[in-house]
Write a protein that binds this ligand. Structure first.
Ligand code: MTE
Length: 436
């Protein structure tokens, strides 16, 4: 079996999105798509695997519908979701340990028997016929037999940092009130989605690829929106997207998509569909609530139907510290944190320990890579007792720097502004943190 690698410039994504936005606003759901010259070489023979029923059991060990334990020192539970506490990452290494990785579930974690599980690839963008009954099926062993790829990448919810729209900018927004812990980084292993699409017989007219999860249908406000699903443009699907079956060297844990999840490096977390059961490949644009009603920017300054669907993540920084952490005055401390961006590697991180009056450059402790965060540190010897505000501001290789204020949007996505982290400086005689 040959392996094909295809790259797509971000410009393709941008023009795709502009085209989609015009079609969406015009109420059109059909089209011939864009030129797909890169796909010509992909048109190879498809294979079919045995069809078996997939077994999905409702699992949900915890009240939140999440299987893994959620100890207070690691997580803040928010409805069906669990946010990682940043202080729990102190000393954990470059990757987020899977047991501390945040969980974002629309409903609850299903437990799927990997034996009978099949991935069905179907739709009008394939040569075999448009119906799901004509799907090409892949078992886990079929996927494992394909060339493997590993990639270190963060997964981050588009709403990460949402609560700061309210606490820092006085704006009210809807959605889960995350602080900065709806992000984690892991080493993912799996197969290229491009290889699977090629084996399934993708045609040059294919435009969109829509993975769908096997978790329960999502009901909100009395409306059943169906299974979680979100289309990807073919250009991205054929570029760097992985169907992952391992996370940090182990089979995917139930909460993170076992047996297989989609992993879309640097894009908003909703793109990385967990517990994937089928993938529609269409010769016309596809829509779901997750690229129309949600995961666009709405509000003043945006078109009536919202912005283009959100793709690349924004840029952020976080201290590996609890809010209100206590520091001993006059003592040498080392502050630690991490910065990441969806647009490129991190180029520099600046830190202010006086509420933004002066800035110093932090030392980067990892070689910066795209799709990955970088750990950093900076020494601090606080002299004045009382409350202090720590700030961290990152710049990436695409030239983006965290602004002082994030652009308001009603659903509170893409909070990229510098976050004000309150701490307290006390006399060393008090019970205060010593150097870390
Ligand atoms: N996939 C399915 N099937 N169901 C979901 O609820 N949540 C999405 C995405 N994939 C979701 C899903 C969202 S919004 C995010 S941010 C990521 O999964 C979170 O991945 P994690 O729970 O592994 O951290």
């Amino acid at each position: 079996m040959t392996r094909a690698h295809h790259s797509a410039a971000p410009a393709d994504e941008t023009s795709y999105d502009h085209l989609r936005l015009r079609q969406w606003l015009a109420g059109q759901a059909r089209g011939d798509g864009m030129s797909r010259r890169r796909m010509l070489s992909l048109l190879a023979a498809g294979t079919a695997a045995l069809a078996l029923r997939t077994t999905v059991r409702a699992a949900a060990a915890t009240a939140a519908g999440i299987v893994k334990p959620l100890p207070d020192e690691w997580f803040t539970v928010r409805g069906t979701n669990a946010e990682t506490k940043w202080e729990a990452l102190r000393g954990t290494g470059h990757l987020t340990p899977s047991d501390r990785f945040f969980v974002r579930n629309h409903t609850s974690t299903p437990v799927i028997d990997p034996g009978p599980w099949r991935l069905k690839v179907w739709g009008s963008g394939l040569r075999g016929g448009p119906g799901i009954d004509q799907a090409v099926e892949f078992g886990l062993d079929d996927l494992r037999a394909l060339p493997r790829v590993t990639h270190t990448a963060f997964v981050e919810c588009a709403g990460n940092g949402r609560s700061f729209y309210t606490s820092q900018q006085g704006q009210s927004v809807t959605g889960t009130a995350w602080t900065l812990g709806a992000v984690g980084m892991a080493r993912w292993r799996g197969v290229r989605l491009a290889d699977v699409l090629r084996l399934a017989g993708i045609r040059r007219h294919a435009v969109d690829v829509m993975p769908r999860g096997l978790d329960d249908e999502y009901v909100t406000g009395g409306v059943n929106l169906g299974h979680v699903r979100r289309p990807l443009p073919v250009a991205k699907a054929l570029d760097d997207v992985i169907l992952a079956y391992e996370m940090n060297g182990d089979p995917l844990p139930p909460d993170h998509g076992h047996p297989v999840r989609v992993l879309v490096p640097s894009w908003v977390g909703i793109s990385s569909v967990k517990w994937v059961g089928d993938i529609e490949v269409a010769a016309q644009p596809l829509y779901s609530p997750w690229n129309t009603d949600f995961y666009r920017l709405f509000g003043p300054g945006f078109p009536e139907g919202g912005s283009t669907p959100l793709t690349r993540q924004t840029i952020k920084s976080a201290f590996e510290l609890t809010e209100g952490a206590v520091f001993a005055a006059g003592v040498h401390h080392v502050l630690h944190g991490r910065s990441w961006s969806g647009a490129g590697a991190i180029r520099k991180v600046e830190v202010s320990t006086d509420g933004g009056a002066t800035w110093r450059r932090a030392r980067l402790r990892d070689t910066p890579h795209r799709d990955a965060w970088v750990r950093w540190s900076i020494p601090w010897q606080p002299r004045t007792e009382g409350p202090a505000t720590l700030l961290a501001r990152a710049t990436d290789t695409a030239g983006r720097t965290q602004p002082d204020e994030a652009t308001f949007n009603t659903q509170g996505y893409f909070f990229d502004a510098v976050v004000r982290h309150p701490v307290l400086v006390q006399q060393p005689t008090h019970r205060a943190a010593t150097a870390t």
